[in-house]
Design a protein around this ligand. Structure first.
Ligand SMILES: NC(=O)c1ccc[n+]([C@@H]2O[C@H](COP(=O)([O-])OP(=O)(O)OC[C@H]3O[C@@H](n4cnc5c(N)ncnc54)[C@H](O)[C@@H]3O)[C@@H](O)[C@H]2O)c1
Length: 333
């Protein structure tokens, strides 16, 4: 009998605060080589959207997430992100659980956005904003609140932003400018238009770019990524290599180089020859203490997220910790 966790069950089992800790541990385990993750496979069904098959192995379990990104769906009353997560025992291959992929994705996406902001943002960061108040923007805002930080929301659909702000007890940004000036910025839009043109970010800001997680999407202009030189330490080194160029204004952090360089905002910058792998530090390496994070208060830090199956594995395992307390339906295969 295989337990099935619907979205409601996943949300009951894993709080946003627990999700941040679980995702942090997953990034560290992956950076240390304890968890593994074959590349995610994109199955394009454009222009409607795409499917992704996302496997991972860690903590005695294997996971496969079969999930979508269909950006036009909300207009039809359907979610952008939907699918199923399968969790198996890695000692004998037996299936242990099936979980709603949308809920797992939202929890781990909100967790990664906030974890990156907390890790890479300025210590004295005061304001936080989420751009895009959809399913995963809502999750990011909820996670900021769960971490004790107030957050403002901004969306081209003002009604949506207002409804989510009211529901969560978050703030509605007074203007687009106010939202984009936040010390900690999280963008979770469909990635069809550039939110951050050249010169738009100011020294000291952090941005978690969550929306552009597939080919052809972008939330930031290449020129904004590349307008100053980008520095990064060797991944294998445990301390910063020398003194940073004082002209540095942009430092990039990615969740996983292979995925980000092909699918995220980085893909455009890589294609344009504006950055190389040496310019990018993986967030997990910073969390594991093997690569430097923010170097000085004036840097702009950018976390480009494509979303990793290890994050999903972290949430699925956390959900299973509470499975016995939930009245779960089962599948008899
Ligand atoms: N990086 C990751 O791990 C990850 C995880 C899940 C989803 N995503 C991606 O994030 C994006 C959003 O996903 P979702 O499920 O929240 O979608 P959604 O459709 O529920 O929400 C998107 C929101 O963005 C708003 N929006 C659109 N254009 C905007 C703009 N220019 N400025 C401000 N707001 C704008 C929409 O009005 C909507 O409220 C998708 O591209 C999805 O593929 C990434």
């Amino acid at each position: 009998m295989i337990p099935v966790l619907s979205a409601r069950h996943v949300e009951a089992a894993v709080s946003p605060a627990r999700a941040v800790e679980a995702v942090r541990e997953a990034f560290v385990a992956y950076a240390r080589g304890e968890w593994s993750m074959p590349p995610k496979v994109y199955v394009p069904a454009y222009p409607a959207g795409d499917f992704r098959a996302m496997p991972a192995l860690g903590a005695g379990h294997a996971l496969l997430k079969w999930v979508t990104s269909f950006p036009g769906n909300p207009a039809r009353g359907l979610p952008t992100v939907t699918g199923l997560v399968l969790l198996s025992d890695a000692s004998d291959g037996s299936l242990r659980a099936a979980l709603d992929a949308g809920a797992v994705t939202a929890l781990r996406t909100g967790a990664a956005a906030v974890l990156a902001a907390e890790t890479l943002g300025r210590q004295d960061a005061e304001t936080a904003a989420v751009i895009g108040a959809g399913v995963n923007g809502r999750a990011a805002a909820k996670t900021f609140l769960a971490r004790g930080r107030s957050v403002m929301l901004w969306d081209v659909d003002e009604q949506r932003a207002r409804a989510v702000a009211d529901e969560l007890g978050a703030d509605l940004a007074g203007s687009r400018e106010e939202a984009f000036a936040a010390d900690l910025l999280v963008t979770v839009t469909p990635g069809h238009e550039i939110l951050l043109p050249e010169g738009s970010l100011r020294p000291g800001q952090h941005v978690s770019l969550m929306g552009a997680d597939g080919p052809g999407k972008a939330e930031i202009a290449v020129a904004e990524l590349a307008r100053t030189r980008v520095f990064c330490d060797d991944r294998e080194q445990s301390r910063p290599s020398g003194i940073l160029n004082p002209k540095t204004r942009v430092r990039l952090f990615a969740d996983d180089w292979d995925q980000a360089s092909h699918n995220g905002d980085l893909a455009h910058a890589v294609e344009a020859g504006a950055i190389t792998q040496d310019d990018v530090t993986q967030l997990g390496d910073v969390l594991a203490g093997t690569a430097p994070g923010r170097q000085h208060d004036d840097e702009i830090t950018i976390f480009d997220s494509t979303g990793l199956a290890i994050q999903d594995l972290a949430i699925a395992l956390a959900a299973m910790e509470s499975a016995d307390e939930l009245d779960l339906p089962t599948l008899d295969l």
